[in-house]
Design a protein around this ligand. Structure first.
Ligand SMILES: Nc1ncnc2c1ncn2[C@@H]1O[C@H](COP(=O)(O)OP(=O)(O)O)[C@@H](O)[C@H]1O
Ligand SMILES: [Mg+2]
Length: 392
């Protein structure tokens, strides 16, 4: 079983790369599904074929699907939603206001991922390629089940047995709408599913992410952030796909400056992702839509490489906790303590170890902390983050 997540900023070429990867996988003989959790669906446009909410056949070995997040949401969340709404109404929160509380951002995406999990369990496919939404927001959400717990704990008492005994009394006294057994069962089911998805995505033998970028400043910055987040949460990134690279063969003066700009960003991309394979894909001279062109693009992207085989993936850093401190461990190679320099600048951390230099965009959880120490042991650098000291 193999799950490939294709992510990146809007417009960089995620859908095109997803479609081409899936097609290459199917042509190589793997039973493949390509599915899209991005609400801005365009898989059907990429293949130039109709696709719907249930998988349909594209070519032999390949099914395609555009998940309707709203429908998935209604399917999994409907019952719970009704319960929550009743509670809000009881508390005097009604109409639009209640609706606002009931659905949090990224929720339909989360449910789309639960659908992916169902496909994994079905055993129907060897490979599932997921054309993801523009950011790692979904993956972050999965790492924060507290968001969901928050809902359940506040609005639905989790002590089910107590509830069962107390329901008749409570209903009489308070008229607070009590969740039924069916609602509890639905909630349990969602929790179990989310746990399953988390396990699936964190297993790097099964799941790896490929980040699609373009050699442009904003895109590279966002990709670095995504990379940090994915690593932070233990998801393996096995390739960065640099798309729309202007070929050297273009010598039209109109593009000269663009080529220089891209060359600069290509260097910064190499520096930003030294531990991950970087694949380049040229800007083609036409829109890469339809099976024939996707096959050409896939051929240039993968060459002789098995499209689903993992490229080398090493997490850029590992986060651990030590009492109230957070330790970020980076593999930096051998160096003397004197060659070491760690500078925190805004939301970035610059690490220089001899000739080795890396800049990391810090995740939110570390941004609120100060760097209180850095220590080299062997090839590992441990950077300590402490909570800001309060004055007085
Ligand atoms: N390397 C490329 N050369 C030429 N056109 C491309 C290339 N990559 C993507 N495109 C085109 O760019 C458009 C946007 O790509 P798409 O894959 O839909 O981006 P995303 O899914 O990231 O929003 C599509 O029309 C696609 O055919
Ligand atoms: Mg897309």
């Amino acid at each position: 079983m193999r799950v490939l997540l294709v992510t990146g900023k809007g417009g960089v070429g995620k859908t095109t790369v997803s479609a081409a990867t899936a097609l290459a996988s199917a042509d190589a003989g793997y039973r493949t599904l390509v599915t899209s959790t991005d609400p801005a669906h365009s898989l059907a446009d990429a293949f130039d074929l109709p696709l719907g909410d249930t998988p349909s056949n594209v070519v032999p070995n390949l099914d395609g699907q555009q998940i309707d997040g709203q429908r998935q949401l209604a399917k999994h969340w409907g019952q719970i939603n009704d319960q929550l709404k009743a509670v809000f109404n009881w508390g005097g929160v009604t109409g639009i206001e209640a609706e606002e509380f009931l659905v949090f951002p990224g929720m339909d995406e989360l449910f789309a991922l639960l659908e992916v999990n169902d496909h994994v369990r079905s055993g129907k496919y060897d490979v599932i390629v997921v054309d993801c939404a523009p950011t790692a927001e979904t993956l972050r959400l999965l790492s924060l089940p507290e968001v969901l717990s928050w809902y359940f704990e506040r609005v639905m008492p989790t002590e089910r047995k107590i509830m069962r005994a107390a329901r008749p009394v409570l209903e009489r006294v308070t008229k607070l709408p009590m969740p039924s057994e069916a609602v509890f069962a639905a909630a349990d089911n969602i929790f179990a599913n989310i746990e399953d998805v988390k396990r699936l995505l964190a297993d790097s033998a099964i799941t790896t992410a490929r980040i699609v970028i373009n050699p442009e400043k904003m895109v590279v910055n966002e990709a670095r952030r995504t990379y940090s987040y994915l690593s932070l949460f233990g998801y393996a990134v096995d390739a960065v796909i640099v798309n729309r690279v202007l070929p050297d063969s273009i010598d039209d003066p109109y593009f000269k400056e663009w080529q220089r700009v891209q060359a600069r960003h290509l260097v910064s991309i190499d520096e930003s992702f030294p531990d991950t394979s970087r694949l380049r894909l040229r800007l083609f001279d036409e829109e890469m839509v339809g099976l024939d062109r996707l096959r050409i693009l896939g051929g240039e992207l993968f060459g002789d490489h098995d499209p689903i085989a993992s490229y080398e993936a090493r997490p850029p850093f590992v986060i651990t906790e030590e009492e109230s401190d957070v330790i970020m461990t980076l593999t930096v190679g051998y160096a003397d303590e004197g060659e070491l320099d760690v500078i925190r600048h805004g939301d970035e951390l610059y690490v220089t170890v001899g000739p080795y230099r890396r800049a990391f965009i810090l995740p939110d959880s570390l941004k609120r902390r100060i760097v209180s120490g850095a220590k080299l042991s062997g090839v590992e650098l441990k950077v300590r983050f402490s909570l800001e000291e309060t004055n007085g």
